[in-house]
Design a protein around this ligand. Structure first.
Ligand code: AMP
Length: 196
């Protein structure tokens, strides 16, 4: 199964992708995690990306597309994958379409997490607090100031993807405001329906 999880920062994509990944035995491919790993490793691309991530801006399409192209070639992605945080621009979506078409593959679904924007800042604050309590380093971009920029990037650059995938008949929506377990239940039901 090849899935895309779409939605603003704090919508719950990562949390749900981890659960569905485990249930279906397919990897969760988070471009945010991959870019943070590249930054932590100190590679030139990673360090360049870090500046943009910390500022809440998107990393250039060609960088992210290159990372995803390599990652989906890995053996664990052969059975499928969940893209979490990619694509984030129409150009990335087009590149992904070309990538998949060249392999004779297609997407099974693009799932949009529909959330009330007013709740997102609270969720991000909760994530920052929980990471701190677990002794993990809090993400620099999980603060109210940078969050505004991330939300703006989402509205301008990522939100148009809903129409892009709706036109292709691939878009499914899920209510991301429900409690975490209920969202998982809805997702599982949706994927079962898709699998027929
Ligand atoms: P995330 O972990 O998905 O919230 O992503 C954190 C940050 O990584 C974003 O704010 C961007 O700076 C960068 N990033 C992650 N995925 C992408 C992408 N598909 N395109 C561009 N930038 C990305």
């Amino acid at each position: 199964m090849r899935l895309i999880f779409l939605g603003p920062p704090g919508a719950g994509k990562g949390t749900q992708a981890a659960r569905i990944s485990e249930r279906h035995g397919i990897p969760q491919l988070s471009t945010g995690d991959m870019l943070r790993a590249a930054a932590a490793a100190g590679s030139p691309v990673g360090l360049e990306a870090k500046k943009l991530i910390d500022a809440g801006a998107l990393v250039p399409d060609e960088v992210v597309v290159g990372i995803v192209a390599e990652r989906i070639e890995e053996p664990d992605a052969a059975k499928g994958f969940i893209l979490d945080g990619f694509p984030r621009t129409v150009a990335q979506a087009e590149a992904l379409d070309r990538m998949l078409a060249s392999k004779g593959l297609s997407l099974d679904a693009v799932i949009e997490f529909v959330v009330d924007e007013g709740a997102l800042l609270d969720r991000i604050a909760t994530r920052a607090r929980e990471m701190q309590e677990r002794g993990q380093e809090v993400r620099k971009d999980d603060n109210p100031e940078v969050f505004k920029t991330r939300l703006e990037a989402f509205r301008k650059q990522t939100a148009p993807l809903s129409a892009y995938y709706a036109e292709k008949g691939q878009l499914e929506k899920i209510d991301g405001m429900k409690p975490i377990d209920e969202v998982t239940r809805d997702l599982v039901a949706l994927l079962e329906k898709k699998a027929g």
